[in-house]
Write a protein that binds this ligand. Structure first.
Ligand code: SF4
Length: 61
């Protein structure tokens, strides 16, 4: 299991992570990325790599 956290203050809503995630974990909600499907997270950290503002952290739990 992985815990995906988006720092809403850093998120600029560009949807890079939403588009890059292979498991459709993230969605844009009110202009900010939100982990809506965390159970499906693969822990690949693609979202972390594509985020231009470093807003996402993925932690194995
Ligand atoms: S770590 Fe991978 S599977 Fe998990 S939310 Fe990020 S891009 Fe999606």
């Amino acid at each position: 299991m992985f815990d995906v956290v988006v720092d809403k203050d850093k998120c600029n809503g560009d949807s890079e992570c939403v588009n890059a995630c292979p498991a459709q974990v993230l969605e844009l909600v009110d202009g900010k990325a939100e982990p809506v499907n965390m159970d499906e997270c693969l822990g690949c950290e693609t979202c972390v790599e594509v985020c231009p503002t470093g807003a996402i952290t993925v932690t194995e739990v």
